[in-house]
Design a protein around this ligand. Structure first.
Ligand SMILES: [Zn+2]
Ligand SMILES: [Zn+2]
Length: 368
């Protein structure tokens, strides 16, 4: 099989076509990966923001077709089309039973860069090759846990379906599940990359009255308007917090989202929320980011609610079908998120495009 491999932090990805893939073990499924989004979190592994062992097949936002079943697999059949979930959802652990499948306890294995038993099914040149998020969708095939996929109808194009696996579940979920947006609310979104655009369309679907998109790139602010932003602020041209207050009668946002992960922008998001407002933190910070907050004002005199957010607080089993319904009804834009379809050999260029802010999503379409 062929895959784009990260061999070490801050090195370009290498395309290898000599990768050997083992048979699926018990509870595992071999997937023909058809499409994979190129997500900022892949870049975050490359630059060390998300520490994972190398060499590793990156990619955690994908869709494909079931090719082979390991022992005991009953929830999918060969030929099924599936969206891959970058968090396994076992349905049985403490968190899953408490309606928090997005932090399923089985996901703890992911830090080791392998499957649920912490070992990988891939080798290259005789050495083990890790898999990001129990997946590794930059490969044209993958062995993944049965609990890391959701069956979808065959008529959903798999390039569109792939995006649901991370960016759409995370962004739209942050707006519809994590936040409590009321119709007519003023919402601010700091960071308008692939996930931020989905927060914006989630806020639109939730009925927000004013959606203020904030970014340093005018190119991303233009895209933000297509997904539902009513106002835009280029944060490079002055104080974005003051600009949000000016747009809402000096009050601040009812709900503020941070979708970057920097100390400065997280603090801006908190300051952007009105008294009694809500802040949802979606961005991926480096491990050493700490915040400076004034406790009296943040939590007492301007009592704000600050919510953490992982995977859009989603339950993939119910949210993937729900998102596909929203897409079918025309409310959720998916195809429009795809700026470029590329081959796996072009993934380094896709990373450069992402850093330059010129794309919503590049999608790798694998060859078989
Ligand atoms: Zn992602
Ligand atoms: Zn679980």
């Amino acid at each position: 099989m062929k895959a784009a491999v990260l061999t070490g932090v801050d090195t370009p990805l290498e395309t290898r076509d000599d990768i050997e893939i083992a048979a699926p073990g018990p509870g595992e499924v071999r997937i023909k990966v058809v499409a994979s989004g190129v997500c900022h979190s892949d870049l975050s592994v490359q630059n060390g923001t998300i520490p994972l062992p190398t060499p590793i097949v990156l990619g955690h936002e994908g869709a494909g077709i079931v090719e082979e079943l390991g022992e005991g697999v009953t929830s999918v059949a060969v030929g099924d089309h599936v969206v891959l979930s970058f968090v396994p959802a076992c349905g049985e652990c403490y968190q899953c039973r408490h309606d928090q499948a997005y932090i399923c306890e089985k996901a703890a294995a992911q830090a080791a860069g392998g499957l649920l038993d912490m070992t990988t099914r891939l080798t290259s040149g005789g050495a083990p090759l890790h898999q990001m998020a129990c997946l590794g969708t930059y490969g044209n095939h993958a062995i993944v846990p049965e609990i890391s996929m959701v069956k979808i109808p065959d008529d959903v194009p798999l390039d569109v379906a792939a995006l649901i696996g991370c960016g759409v579940l995370t962004g739209v979920g942050a707006a519809l599940n994590t936040a409590s947006i009321r119709p007519g609310d003023t919402v601010a979104v700091i960071g308008c990359g692939g996930v931020g655009l989905n927060v914006i369309q989630g806020a639109r679907i939730a009925g927000a009255g004013k959606i203020i998109a904030i970014d340093m790139f005018d190119s991303k602010l233009e895209m933000a308007k297509e997904f539902g932003a009513t106002d835009t602020i280029n944060a490079g041209e002055g104080d974005p917090v003051g600009a949000v207050f000016a747009l809402n009668e000096g009050r601040g946002a009812d709900v503020a989202f941070e979708v970057i992960g920097l100390q400065a922008t997280i603090e801006q998001a908190i300051n952007t929320a009105r008294a009694g407002g809500e802040v949802v933190l979606v961005g991926v910070p480096r491990m050493d980011v700490n915040l400076t907050l004034n406790a009296a004002f943040t939590f007492l005199y301007l009592p704000k609610t600050i919510k953490g957010c992982w995977y859009g607080s989603s339950n993939v089993r119910t949210d993937v079908p729900k998102l596909l319904e929203l897409w079918k009804s025309g409310e959720l834009k998916l195809k429009e998120l795809i700026s470029k379809e590329i081959s796996v050999d072009q993934v380094n260029e896709a990373f450069a495009d992402m850093q330059a802010g010129t794309v919503a999503r590049s999608v790798i379409v694998h060859q078989h």
